[in-house]
Design a protein around this ligand. Structure first.
Ligand code: GLN
Length: 285
């Protein structure tokens, strides 16, 4: 049997992916092959003429088939980078997005600025744990962290991610709905809740449709979880405490109004690098 080289197999896969209308054909082919060969993507180029073994080709073929069917690359390789950290992801968790890094950065700044030695932070709907693990790892201050999720499977993944960075004893993982498992007062509530209006779910990209619907569907107007979290926060957020949300397209004003109607102060809307309003913050009176 003819054994294909790295270059040959990449070129074939790119064509194949293009036929399947995968936008990031080259990148995806390279990421999947680097995973099979257990090498950095950049090293594919110095190994261009290296023939693959049969075992490598077989494994790669499985990956390519999965990707052609619309499975996101992150699920195939079971990992995603976020805040320059490595997160395990499974089909029980949303794949962390670069946009969400804004939310983490804003909170890291706030934690730095706050006049407390220890800050109690809860991440509502932690999913893979991307937000709370990066906050706990990167904050320049001691954090008492709580992570809540309604999915036991997601919580298991989040725990694994915490364990990977030796943060298991720093983050208290709790199974349940929103702030229900939190009975103590906290200083910061952060959430990237499901925010897609139910009627828009059907129009999502094929890849996104592989992600858990419970991580995406925000109810009729997409705002159900903001309403509920804000409502529950009233008895759990310390005076002067911070609430911070990631929001979807065109939701900034609605979420800001919800906060205003519940007497939150200092409401701020922050745009992402694409100029899209992405984060809403407020403090409790
Ligand atoms: N907190 C996780 C993230 O931002 C999961 C969010 C979600 O599932 N809606 O990636």
């Amino acid at each position: 049997m003819e054994l294909l080289t790295v270059k040959e197999i990449l070129d074939r896969t790119v064509k194949h992916f293009q036929n399947y209308e995968i936008a990031s054909a080259r990148l995806d082919a390279e990421i999947l092959l680097s995973e099979v060969l257990d090498m950095e993507r950049i090293n594919l180029y110095v190994n261009f003429d290296k023939p693959l073994t049969k075992g490598e080709v077989d494994k790669y073929r499985q990956f390519v088939i999965a990707r052609s069917k619309g499975t996101p690359v992150a699920y195939i390789i079971a990992k995603q980078e976020f805040m320059s950290l490595n997160f395990k992801v499974t089909e029980a968790t949303l794949i962390p997005r670069p946009e969400t890094e804004h939310l983490v950065e804003v909170i890291l700044d706030k934690i730095k600025a706050v006049g407390l030695d220890r800050v109690k932070v809860v991440d509502v709907g932690t999913g893979s744990g991307a937000i709370i693990v990066s906050l706990t790892k990167l904050a320049e201050k001691e954090i008492e962290a709580i992570a809540v999720d309604i999915s036991a499977d997601a919580l298991d993944v989040a725990k694994e991610n915490a364990d990977n960075y030796e943060l298991l004893d720093k983050i208290d993982f709790r199974l349940g709905s929103l702030l229900e498992p939190v009975s103590e007062m906290v200083d910061i509530i952060v959430s990237n809740p499901p925010y897609i209006p139910t009627s828009d779910i059907k129009d999502l990209q094929r890849e996104v449709k592989n992600e858990p619907i419970t991580a995406l569907d925000g109810g009729q107007d997409g705002l159900d979880f903001y309403r509920e979290i804000i409502n529950q926060s009233l008895t759990k957020l310390n005076t002067g405490g911070l609430i911070a949300f990631e929001i979807g397209i065109n939701q900034a004003d609605d979420v800001a109004s919800l906060l205003e109607n519940n007497n939150f102060d200092n409401i701020k809307i922050i745009k992402d690098y694409a100029g899209i309003e992405r984060v809403v913050l407020a403090t409790k009176e």
